[in-house]
Design a protein around this ligand. Structure first.
Ligand code: PMP
Length: 308
């Protein structure tokens, strides 16, 4: 997965700053103990409209939940969060290019949970408008940490230490991404996305209680599948089921819906008829070509129009 290009501006400390001026002090808990929670959001350029951010309110709400679980104060109301994003969109947006945003709460003051103060930092990266190519997936020897140590439900930077190790393991094995199993040896998720598997015409995905983030994209995929009359089931998935799957994909805000071409070296059908039809429907929805009632697109302008 390609490295993101540095943007010119960043939102930090309540306003816009140049990228190289957006720094944190080495003494703050965000640096010393990785105290931060974040959201990755995607904005799509739309043929019939300017630019829409997908499920903005849901991302805001998940950020609040992550912050609450890590006891990071986050008082910013939704409309201020939206305005902050709009400020950055206004200076960074380029016609015909999508964007991926990272909205992070860094603990900039406080000590072991006392007197914690967080700063909302937003970075935005340009992305080309394209349907992602299929990828080779492996199963990592690293495990997703259980709910009693580092809950997958909390979208914290520290949760990605294991993901980073798994990706490096994957690189050594020629895999683009890796599946993390949970401590019972069942499928949890990939390093930065969820797993969707087709068997016998039914889409399966593990429930979040198996050690996956409560994915916003997965809820979209479920809603799209329902309206396309494709059965969608959340249930635990064994490791070997991945190897005998009819079709496999990873899904998430940044990944969107990426078809898997092989798993642990076993080739998979890249035609993937069910998942490709969902992928197509997904892009039609997020680009507002064929809107779907579940998919909310927030159009942010300097005057701040809101969700349709
Ligand atoms: N799991 C992990 C570990 C992730 O980082 C992501 C991306 N946010 C997902 C799953 C998918 O979540 P979402 O669809 O909300 O982006």
């Amino acid at each position: 997965m390609a490295k993101l290009q540095e943007p010119k501006y960043v939102y930090m400390g309540g306003g816009l700053r140049l990228w190289h001026e957006a720094t944190l002090h080495i003494g703050c808990e965000a640096v010393t103990r990785s105290v931060n929670v974040f959201e990755g959001l995607k904005g799509y350029w739309q043929p019939a409209g300017p630019f829409g951010i997908v499920q903005l309110r849901r991302h805001y709400e998940r950020l609040r939940r992550s912050a609450r679980l890590l006891r990071i104060p986050f008082e910013t109301p939704f409309d201020e969060y939206e305005k902050a994003l709009a400020q950055l969109v206004e200076v960074l947006l380029e016609p015909g290019r999508d964007m991926w945003f990272r909205t992070t709460l860094y603990a900039v003051e406080g000590h072991w949970g006392e007197g914690t103060v967080a700063d909302l930092v937003i970075t935005g990266y340009h992305q080309d408008m394209r349907v992602p190519d299929p990828i080779a997936l492996g199963v990592s020897t690293w495990r997703r940490s259980p709910d009693v140590s580092l809950p997958a439900r909390i979208k914290a930077g520290s949760n990605y230490q294991v993901a980073r190790l798994a990706r490096m393991e994957g690189q050594a094995r020629g895999c683009h991404d890796m599946v993390l199993l949970n401590h019972s040896g069942r499928v949890a998720e990939a390093t930065g996305s969820c797993i969707v598997m087709v068997r016998d015409g039914v889409i399966h995905t593990p429930p979040a209680t198996e050690g996956a983030l409560e994915s916003i994209t997965l809820d979209i995929v479920e809603a799209l599948a329902q309206s396309m009359n494709i059965p969608f089931v959340r249930r635990p998935i064994d490791r070997t089921e991945l190897l005998v799957a009819d079709e496999l994909a990873i899904c998430g805000t940044l990944a969107e819906l990426i078809i898997v071409s092989s798993i642990e070296g076993f080739p998979l059908d890249v035609e993937a008829p069910l998942l490709r039809s969902l992928q197509e429907r997904f892009f039609r929805a997020v680009r507002n070509i064929e809107p779907h009632p579940f998919v909310e697109l927030s159009v942010l302008t300097s005057k701040m129009t809101t969700a349709r």
